[in-house]
Design a protein around this ligand. Structure first.
Ligand SMILES: NC(=O)c1ccc[n+]([C@@H]2O[C@H](COP(=O)([O-])OP(=O)(O)OC[C@H]3O[C@@H](n4cnc5c(N)ncnc54)[C@H](O)[C@@H]3O)[C@@H](O)[C@H]2O)c1
Length: 427
């Protein structure tokens, strides 16, 4: 078994760029490869395009970056970090994975270890990656070249957990491939590397983790819709339940679930199981509930405006936050986009502000965004929005606040005392 000294990372996004930089820091010769010329040009001019990666890291890295996939002929291992989206109909799109495998297969040398880090459902390595790799490389996987799966768990914007300190699982189809991949990751990651029994188990781990989160969020979102009618403050109930020292994990309701992982990954299992004769009704229901939250949020706005005798149409509404999570600039699958579309469709007089996605904003500051708005809807819990106070809204003439992330719930009474209608999700 040859020791791996050089690695190519295919796909330099939220997952690929941090692992490329880390592997280089750990002494590997790293070539980062991406089809997006804009990203390669940005890296060439020492500019990061990812919030968690500082320009300084690009300046000091020994890794090189290119669009040229033939460069994989120079390395001992290839790590694939390309996107795994779903279509508008929620059907998994393995196009980027197929594209990456097709691009590298003709050029990899004998004994190269290929690792898929992209999130994939059980069966993708065996049924999609191996046949394509063998066909286009002319090499037998497990004998001439090797394959493993090591799903990434990175959590963008997380100050504690990052690419280097999150435990990993690794799966492969033979002991040789498993040992190679475990040895490689032990040299890159400063955390536990757990070998799985099969490659399918490793694929399933990632989908199960993210489906677990999607389901738990769906549960509290359903409770939010119920408790809104029952007049029970769900956040207070969750705080109460969280005092139980075992068997309860607090999750919080919100105006929807976004990002490239949580709302997407369950569909990979749903579709795969469906094709094998099993219907994941529970997973489908959870996704349906979470996907209904932007509509519920707009309904809360309609309800609150009714209280002051105003229609949605032509009312001056300010939408705060477009990215899918607090303090990051990633807009993928963001429920804020659905809320925006519903508000546009309802012909509101709409202003949008997100300090992390200026391209989505119609104004440049929170003060400008609030000025003269009748209603304010918070769709993303950015820290800047936590500075909103009842007196600030009163000064700007805002009558209604819909808090889609419950970030201002501690001021609920104070908003009421200032004649501002405050409605959170389930509170
Ligand atoms: N973003 C997250 O928080 C996160 C966390 C854990 C796992 N994942 C998983 O990791 C994978 C990558 O996600 P991401 O967020 O980094 O995506 P991303 O869109 O940020 O980055 C993917 C990159 O791959 C490039 N690419 C696409 N096809 C290519 C090809 N054929 N050859 C070379 N480059 C190609 C794209 O240009 C892009 O730069 C997905 O499967 C995702 O589910 C993401």
């Amino acid at each position: 078994m040859s020791s791996i000294k050089s690695i190519a990372i295919i796909g330099l996004g939220y997952v690929g760029l941090p692992i490329a930089l880390l592997a280089s820091k750990k002494g590997f010769n790293v070539i980062g490869i991406d089809t997006d010329i804009k990203k390669i040009k940005s890296l060439a001019s020492n500019k990061s395009y990812i919030g968690d990666v500082a320009d300084d890291e690009i300046i000091h890295t020994k890794a090189s970056f290119t669009t040229d996939a033939t460069k994989v002929s120079e390395v001992d291992a290839v790590i694939i970090c390309v996107p795994t989206p779903v279509s508008a109909e929620k059907i998994p799109d393995l196009g980027p994975v197929r594209g990456a495998v097709s691009a590298i297969a003709p050029h990899i040398k004998k004994e190269t270890l290929v690792v898929v880090e992209s999130t994939i459902n059980p069966g993708v390595c065996d049924e999609v990656v191996i046949p394509l790799l063998e066909k286009l490389s002319g090499k037998k996987v497990g004998i001439d070249v090797y394959l493993a799966h090591c799903p990434e768990r990175i959590n963008p914007g997380d100050p504690k957990w990052n690419v280097s300190n999150i435990n990993r699982v690794v799966g492969a189809n033979s002991k040789l491939e498993l040992d190679m991949a475990v040895e490689l990751y032990k040299k890159i990651i400063d955390a536990e590397i757990k070998p799985m029994g099969t490659i399918k188990e490793a694929e399933a781990v990632k989908i199960v983790e993210n489906s677990f989160r999607n389901i738990n969020i769906a549960f509290v979102n359903e409770l939010a819709m119920s408790f809104h009618k029952l007049g029970i403050n769900l956040e207070n109930v969750i705080d109460g339940a969280a005092t139980k020292p075992f068997a309860f994990i607090p999750h919080h309701p919100g105006c929807g679930v976004g990002g490239h992982c949580i709302p997407v990954d369950p569909y990979y299992l749903i579709e795969y199981a469906h094709n094998h004769g099993f219907e994941h009704e529970f997973l489908r229901l959870a996704s349906n509930i979470n996907e209904s939250m932007p509509r519920f949020t707009v309904d809360l706005l309609i309800e609150a405006l009714n209280e002051v005798g105003l229609p949605l149409k032509d009312t001056k509404v300010t939408l705060l936050g477009m990215s899918y999570k607090a303090n990051v600039g990633d807009g993928r699958e963001s429920p804020a986009h659905v809320i925006r579309d519903l508000l546009v469709e309802a012909e509101t007089n709409l202003t949008i502000y997100d300090p992390y996605t200026p391209e989505d904003s119609t104004t440049n500051s929170l003060n400008e965004a609030l000025a003269g708005a009748t209603a304010v809807v918070i769709a993303t819990g950015h820290d800047e929005f936590k500075n909103i106070t009842p007196s600030l809204l009163k000064k700007n003439g805002n009558l209604v606040l819909i808090d889609g992330r419950n970030i201002l719930r501690s001021q609920k009474e104070a908003f009421k005392n200032n004649s501002i209608i405050y409605t959170g999700i389930g509170i």
